[in-house]
Design a protein around this ligand. Structure first.
Ligand SMILES: Cc1cc2nc3c(=O)[nH]c(=O)nc-3n(C[C@H](O)[C@H](O)[C@H](O)COP(=O)(O)O)c2cc1C
Length: 195
């Protein structure tokens, strides 16, 4: 069941039961991720189920991948993102994608196209993981994998590059490490209200 308390108590989990996530829960999280806002409606991010890849050498050494029943990969394409952003701006200005105002706005917002496109991953991944976690699913982000090898071994659409994996499932309650790490920061050190 979807409960905010699950998120309020969230911790990274790296040891999972073999049981799969019910498809209704997964579908909700996929739909939330799909609707994540992106800069200039650029939508440079895609989500791939790569659960069958967990034993491949480029990911297998990650502790969370060893037991996770699901692995999801977020990938990005800066060129597609920029093309979508151009169309979005052309509509906004009621003009053509070649319009000077489109070029001016793009240049103002996109200083480094790859960085701009890649950073959209983290918001999409956040919406996805938070929806799963609120639904009682546990998980661990994995940025530490061999991206070149992943790109060669995962069937990605043309021009897309792998960036971040979310390993997830139901937490193994018998793992003594589950829910044991301390917060690095207190709430007062994190949130600064306007006084
Ligand atoms: C962007 C990102 C990348 C991460 N990459 C890895 C990783 O490669 N391997 C891993 O075991 N954990 C990874 N983690 C999990 C962090 O180590 C974990 O979130 C951190 O230890 C804090 O624990 P907590 O989430 O329980 O607060 C990653 C987390 C984030 C947000």
């Amino acid at each position: 069941m979807f409960k905010l308390a699950n998120l309020l108590n969230r911790k990274t989990v790296k040891n999972f039961l073999p049981e799969k996530i019910p498809s209704e829960i997964l579908e909700q999280a996929i739909r939330v991720a799909w609707r994540t806002p992106t800069s200039l409606n650029s939508r440079p991010v895609i989500l791939l189920d790569i659960s069958s890849k967990k034993n491949e050498t480029w990911i297998a050494s990650q502790p969370a991948a060893q037991t996770a029943p699901h692995l999801f990969l977020f990938a990005w394409n800066a060129e597609d993102g920029e093309a979508n952003a151009r169309k979005f701006l052309a509509e906004r200005y009621d003009g053509e994608t070649s319009d000077d105002r489109v070029a001016t706005t793009l240049a103002r917002i996109i200083k480094n196209r790859d960085e701009w496109a890649r950073q959209q991953i983290y918001l999409t991944a956040g919406y996805f993981a938070a929806t799963l976690e609120a639904s009682g699913v546990a998980g661990c982000f994995i940025a530490g994998f061999e991206k070149g090898a992943a790109a060669e071994n995962v069937k990605l659409p043309e021009g897309y590059l792998p960036e971040l994996i979310f390993a997830c499932g139901f937490a193994n309650p018998d793992d003594p490490k589950t829910n044991k790490t301390e917060w690095a920061r207190s709430l007062a050190e994190f949130y600064f209200p306007e006084s």
